[in-house]
Design a protein around this ligand. Structure first.
Ligand SMILES: Cc1ncc(C[n+]2csc(CCOP(=O)(O)OP(=O)(O)O)c2C)c(N)n1
Ligand SMILES: [Mg+2]
Length: 322
């Protein structure tokens, strides 16, 4: 844990732990329920990676904008996305964030600046850049964050997006969630050199490496970057080292596939940010947060259960923009 950044600020720590623990518990429940087939959507878990979204989003304003990937639950919840509408969406129900049509991979809550997630690798990058340009043209000082995986840097649009954002000095924070795997393929089998920050630097944007998904380091780095971007400083690039604990998609472990080792995974679990931040609180504060989160999570699941499925005619609605 770096620097103990405002580590004595109990209010901040409670906020961070609430956000981290809430995402953790929601996903643990998704993992538990998934095999019953009540959850209709393929779901990519963020378990182990929660801190990337939380550290960044806690430094943002509600009016700031986030785009993310199909591994979307953490970013959606960290940015303030409605939990009940998320659970209902995963259940394919009419009260879902996209009325049950989109599922886990396409979560959206425009009321809180969660502008959408996408199943197609790399596609959130140009959307974020375009949105930042639009906000600039509207005269706003909105910061736009785009989360993407290490697989997205293999898409050409990664470079196009960074180039255009840098050229126009757009306030886009590029956040690479580097868990070192794209499905089952490690970085070493995909790139001659995993020099992502060097690539970003060729577009003349400042870059930072955040090790261990460090929540507090991310919070501090994002606050500083957001201030620079609002002042017209142009895009910035974070590479955050992290690790997903479960299989690429779905609720299971995948060690039997042998593309990564138990030792590697155990090393990441030993530096779990949810536990680390929780340990900075006293037992009473941590216990209270856990009880409140539990109540909220169970209420959200009950909401999803009780919500009706969409009516048949909805199949043809909201398909095209009228
Ligand atoms: C353009 C495109 N190519 C391939 C896929 C299939 N695909 C889905 S996820 C994925 C791996 C992406 O890995 P990464 O960007 O590192 O994200 P992570 O799953 O590790 O969070 C691939 C290749 C896709 N969805 N879109
Ligand atoms: Mg990856």
């Amino acid at each position: 844990m770096t620097k103990g950044v405002r580590g004595d600020n109990a209010v901040l720590l409670r906020r961070l732990y609430t956000s981290l623990y809430r995402i953790r518990r929601v996903e643990e429940e998704i993992v538990r329920i998934y095999p019953t087939d009540k959850i209709k959507s393929p779901s990519h878990m963020s378990l182990g990676q929660e801190s990337v979204s939380v550290g960044v989003c806690e430094a943002l304003r509600k009016t700031d904008i986030v785009f993310a990937t199909y591994r979307s639950h953490a970013a959606y919840l960290a940015k303030g996305g409605d939990l009940k509408r998320m659970t209902a969406e995963l259940y394919g129900k009419a009260d879902g964030a996209a009325r049950g049509k989109a599922g886990s991979m396409h979560l959206i809550d425009m009321s809180t600046g969660m502008m959408g997630t996408s199943a197609i690798v790399g596609t959130s990058l140009p959307l974020a850049v375009g949105y930042a340009l639009a906000e600039r043209m509207r005269g706003k000082d909105t910061v736009v964050v785009v989360f993407f995986g290490d697989g997205a840097q293999e898409e050409g649009v990664f470079h196009e997006s960074m180039n255009f954002a840098a050229l126009k000095k757009l306030p886009v924070l590029f956040v690479l969630e580097n868990n070192t795997y794209a499905i089952h393929t490690p970085l070493g089998a995909r790139v001659p050199a995993a020099n992502f920050r060097e690539r970003a630097a060729t577009y003349k944007m400042p870059t930072q490496l955040i090790e261990d998904g460090d929540t507090l380091a991310l919070l501090e780095a994002t606050e500083a970057a957001a201030a620079r971007m609002r002042a017209g400083g142009g895009p910035e690039f974070f590479e955050v080292m992290t690790m997903r604990w479960l299989e690429h998609v779905g609720p299971g472990d995948d060690l039997h596939l042998n593309y990564r080792t138990k030792a590697e995974l155990d090393a990441w679990k030993a530096k779990d940010q949810v536990k680390l931040i929780g340990a900075m609180l006293d037992d009473a504060a941590r216990g209270q947060i856990q009880r409140e989160v539990e109540e909220e999570v169970q209420a959200a699941l009950a909401f999803a259960e009780a919500s009706p499925y969409p009516a048949d005619h909805e199949l043809y609605e909201h398909v095209y923009h009228d």
